[in-house]
Design a protein around this ligand. Structure first.
Ligand code: FAD
Length: 287
């Protein structure tokens, strides 16, 4: 097969938040770009939710400040609680904006379509990235055969392209196991993130847009509950900062994989909801 000549300035492998943002930034500077993404649709999972001020500044730089503000839920403070006592708290001078990653990706994809129509090319799994002459060539499924002056590798933590190109990275030691679920927030601490350091375990809880809340429960072992499985919630019953949602029945859950529960009872949880900080954690689900 003949090698293609450069047909764009920069080919970006991966249309996650990093690839899409890079695409918006580069296209905004007038470069011809292509973002190659193997998924044909957005991931259904919420994944990363916290947009801190530097991340917000990056999104604002591509014109998404207002849209993110409108879609996100502000997190204005954080608190640590234990056995019903508030051990400490911190206020955020600029709020952390809570927005499910799929929404961030949706906004970025829409913005990219504005700046560079057709630049996002879905449905191509990049199988080969190779330096060739003064540029690079990419090949992949769906007839992908593309030349570019540069490639940006943004295909995630399990990047195949990075390995192919011999780009090294360092794995940090340590691992942990978590399970998480998004559910309705029926409490009174809507704009506060809470970490409960209870004798029975650690629970983190974060506001989400749309009157919802994320729960993250630390586990001692890898999650084995399967889709819609149940996890014991070690939240202390008398916690003064306890959001009311922890007192709700699992019946209040809007979907099989999202639920909150009474303290010291059981909550439906997504099997997929472990954080990515651990290689031993289950992979993404309807968290
Ligand atoms: C359950 C879960 C919860 C998380 N919670 C948080 C959180 O609270 N806070 C936080 O900061 N982070 C969180 N993360 C991590 C966060 O999701 C990642 O850091 C983020 O997605 C990284 O963005 P990225 O664009 O680098 O990679 P990705 O989002 O992985 O995007 C890479 C893209 O490249 C595509 N791709 C991969 N290989 C190819 C290929 N060969 N050809 C074409 N396309 C390809 C993929 O389909 C994907 O769309 C969580 C992750 C998970 C799974």
């Amino acid at each position: 097969m003949p090698e293609p000549g450069p047909s764009c300035d920069v080919a970006i492998v991966g249309g996650g938040p990093v690839g899409l943002l890079a695409g918006c930034l580069l296209a905004g500077h007038g470069l011809e770009i292509a973002v190659i993404e193997r998924r044909t649709t957005l991931s259904p999972h919420s994944r990363a939710i916290g947009i801190h001020p530097p991340g917000f500044a990056a999104l604002a730089a591509v014109g998404l400040g207002e849209a993110v503000d409108a879609a996100a839920a502000p997190i204005r403070s954080g608190a640590v609680v234990c056995r019903g006592r508030r051990l400490g708290g911190i206020g955020f001078s600029g709020p952390v904006r809570s927005l499910p990653q799929r929404e961030t990706e949706r906004l970025l994809a829409e913005r990219l379509a504005d700046i560079a129509p057709g630049a996002l090319r879905r449905g191509h799994d990049v199988r080969l990235v190779r330096e060739r002459g003064a540029g690079v060539v990419l090949a992949g499924t769906g007839g992908l055969h593309l030349g570019a002056r540069y490639a940006v590798i943004a295909d995630g933590v399990r990047s195949r392209s990075r390995a192919q190109l011999g780009i090294g990275w360092r794995r940090r030691p340590g691992s942990g196991h978590y399970v998480m679920a998004d559910g309705p927030d029926l409490g009174s601490v809507r704009e506060e993130a809470i970490i409960a350091l209870e004798p029975d375990g650690v629970v983190e809880s974060f506001p989400l847009p749309g009157g919802r809340r994320r729960w993250v429960v630390r586990l001692d072992a890898p999650w084995a509950g399967g889709e819609g499985g149940r996890v014991r919630m070690p939240w202390h019953a008398s916690s003064g900062s306890e959001p009311a949602s922890t007192r709700t029945s699992t019946n209040r859950a809007p979907s099989p994989s999202t639920s909150t529960s009474p303290p010291a009872s059981r909550a439906a949880a997504s099997p997929s909801s472990a954080t990515p900080r651990t290689s031993s954690a289950p992979s993404a689900g309807r968290a």
